[in-house]
Design a protein around this ligand. Structure first.
Ligand code: PEP
Ligand code: MG
Length: 361
């Protein structure tokens, strides 16, 4: 860390004193959250909860849920996730000391959790203590032709409601625990990959039900803010009705770019250079916000959302949130904050301040 009187800190203080756009960080782990604090993020704008289960024993527990044999097995596997998630959230709330924490409900593209070869399948069969043939059959059944367009996000939460119910319970129990330190925590819960108002209604009913049950069981009171990720073109176009059920909309420009272009974010590298060289794309739209197509959807979504819900909070949490040009675009479109990787937070703070400084000038 720089010395207390270092010019960098003075410069950043000046920047923070004039900027009018919030800057949060995307953080999934205590290490990320601590880094977000070091870089002076004003909260966590996106906690990708499925990333908490990418490695080691945690990956096995997640796979036990995915590979569960019937409803009872699945419920048991989900029950094993509850204490882990509860302690994950307690730790994030502790580190963030009352700053907002926006927790995104599970959004696991299934292929990220399936073994990719036979050796992996054998290891998984051993870990799950199930015959290889059965595990292989299940992998085949779970494999999707287009996993990024498949059983992801809210579709998982509506098909298997116990999963989001478990996460909501973990968030509320952690909220009660963390609020015991004297500082009331108001968690933000975000629904991923929404494309229809009804999806939001269904998940809101589930989560409200869990909140009521936890209040009843514990006698503790708490509030929470429910928000929606806008990352399908339809969600941007229907933002007016979606916003009726949401306190905030956070635009996931990674998926929104993928879906607006119909271009796989994981495969685009194969022809991106040729496309940029030939002038088809001025720049890689996954790195630099396409202010025309994707940008128009941001503007439409922001305007329609605010029209039906004037106090709606608007955010962007895709990779573009840490890019100065996108930051200028989002501020002009009326966004409240950007959320980006912790390392980009100082860049975003400066970029947001420069926009105000240029206006003053
Ligand atoms: C996005 O799609 O922009 C986003 C932030 O979510 P993820 O990258 O996890 O899909
Ligand atoms: Mg996304």
């Amino acid at each position: 860390p720089p010395a207390k009187d270092h010019w960098y800190l003075t410069l950043m203080d000046w920047a923070d004193s004039i900027r009018d756009l919030g800057v949060r960080a995307n953080a999934d782990t205590p290490t990320d959250a601590a880094m977000a604090r070091d870089f002076k993020a004003e909260g966590i704008g996106l906690c990708r909860t499925e990333h908490m289960f990418f490695e080691g024993d945690r990956l096995t527990v997640m796979r036990e849920m995915i590979f569960a044999d019937g409803n009872n097995d699945r419920r048991e596997a989900i029950a094993r996730l509850l204490p882990m998630q509860r302690s994950d959230f307690i730790e994030l709330f502790r580190i963030m000391e009352g700053l907002p924490v926006c927790i995104r409900l599970f959004d696991p593209p299934l292929h990220e959790f399936l073994p990719s070869d036979r050796r992996g399948a054998r290891e998984l069969a051993d870990a799950l203590d199930r015959p290889l043939s059965e595990v292989t059959r299940r992998i085949e059944w779970l494999s999707e032709f287009n996993p990024m367009l498949g059983m992801r996000g809210v579709r998982l939460g509506i098909t298997f409601p116990e999963i989001y119910e478990m996460q909501a319970r973990a968030i509320f129990e952690a909220t009660i625990e963390a609020s015991k330190s004297g500082r009331a925590v108001v968690p933000e819960i975000m629904i991923p990959l929404v494309s229809a108002k009804r999806e939001v209604e269904l998940v809101k009913t589930q989560i409200d039900g869990v909140a009521a049950a936890v209040r009843n069981e514990t006698g503790a009171d708490f509030t929470y803010r429910l928000g929606v990720m806008v990352e399908t073109p339809r969600a941007a176009l229907r933002a007016d009705e979606i916003a009726q059920h949401a306190a905030f909309l956070s635009f996931g420009t990674n998926d929104l770019t993928q879906m607006t272009y119909g271009l796989s974010r994981d495969d685009a590298g194969r022809f991106m250079n040729a496309y940029v060289q030939q002038g088809v794309f001025p720049e890689d739209p996954f790195h630099t916000l396409d202010t025309e197509g994707v940008g128009e959807l941001l503007e439409i979504g922001a305007a329609r959302g605010r029209k039906s819900s004037p106090n709606l909070t608007l955010a962007v949490c895709g990779e573009h949130g840490g890019n100065p040009e996108s930051i200028a675009f989002c501020r002009a479109a009326g966004f409240d904050y950007v959320s980006c990787s912790p390392f980009r937070v100082p860049v975003a703070r400066l970029a947001a301040a420069q926009l105000v400084a240029a206006e003053i000038k």
